[in-house]
Write a protein that binds this ligand. Structure first.
Ligand code: PEP
Length: 260
């Protein structure tokens, strides 16, 4: 039986992907100014390219906008040209790191990095060791949705990507249907609700009562017009936002779903 839902503080995360030069950080200055005018019942983080992590972390935002990276290597250091370790992100000022994003899980021939859930698990462990919080992404492809395999696929990714040592403040799950990312398409409220309920059940089954405290974000074409409806779905504890996080005006309207 699923444990009773606890009061979970939502989290809204921006994912800039491979976008943004130093000058683009002024959008976050604008965002910060906008956020300062109201009270919000959520935490906010922005996962910028590794080149901007240090600069963002040293901007004077107080605790309002937390800094994140978008990926880390599973090893602490070594001969891995071009990679960044969790410790390095932490050292640069990051508090969060995204792991297992579908753009990294996708096969190499389709432009991804072919990352498996086993590798994602290693990255979560590396992040834990470095003292970084992880946002672990899971989600089905359109073919899997159409063949009725969504819950099976998401369940397996979750099981294999999370180490047994998970605890709620340090690990956040992001359900991101691959076909909804950057496409302008979103699943129905019922479809999202069904996957989030499945994830919650899997977390409580595996981690006991602690499983009821994990934040489970929804990601995939979240925008200012649909944010309030999506964030109101049961077991949706925030959002992972790609394209719409690049502009302060759009991102602040999404965060506005949690305005008090
Ligand atoms: C993402 O990059 O994780 C994402 C959800 O992108 P978008 O919001 O652009 O669909």
């Amino acid at each position: 039986m699923t444990a009773p839902a606890k009061k979970i503080r939502p989290l809204v995360v921006g994912n800039w992907k491979m976008n943004g030069m130093g000058a683009h950080l002024r959008e976050l200055r604008r965002l910060n100014t906008g956020l300062s005018k109201h009270k919000f019942g959520c935490d906010v983080a922005v996962c910028v390219p590794a080149t901007l992590v240090h600069r963002l972390s040293t901007m004077k935002f107080g605790a309002k906008i937390m800094t994140g990276g978008q990926d880390c290597h599973g090893a602490q250091k070594g001969a891995h040209t071009g990679d960044v370790s969790a410790q390095m992100l932490k050292d640069a000022g990051a508090k969060w790191v995204i792991v297992g994003h579908s753009e990294r899980r996708t096969e190499v021939k389709r432009g991804g990095h072919g990352e498996t859930s086993k590798l994602v698990r290693e990255k979560v462990l590396a992040a834990q060791m470095a003292g970084l919080r992880s946002i672990v992404c899971v989600g089905e492809m359109l073919t899997e949705r159409k063949s009725g395999d969504t819950l099976k696929v998401v369940g397996a990714q979750l099981r294999q990507s999370l180490p047994d040592t998970c605890n709620a403040p340090d690990i956040v799950i992001a359900y991101e249907p691959v076909w909804a990312i950057g496409s302008g398409l979103t699943p129905s409220v019922e479809q999202i609700g069904a996957v989030h309920a499945h994830i919650r059940k899997a977390l409580t089954r595996r981690f006991g009562d602690a499983g009821a405290a994990f934040r489970v974000l929804y990601g995939g074409s979240v925008n200012p017009s649909n944010a309030a409806e999506l964030m109101a779905i049961a077991n949706v504890n925030g959002a992972l936002v790609g394209g719409a996080s690049l502009k302060a005006a759009d991102f602040s309207r999404i965060i506005g779903a949690y305005r008090r």
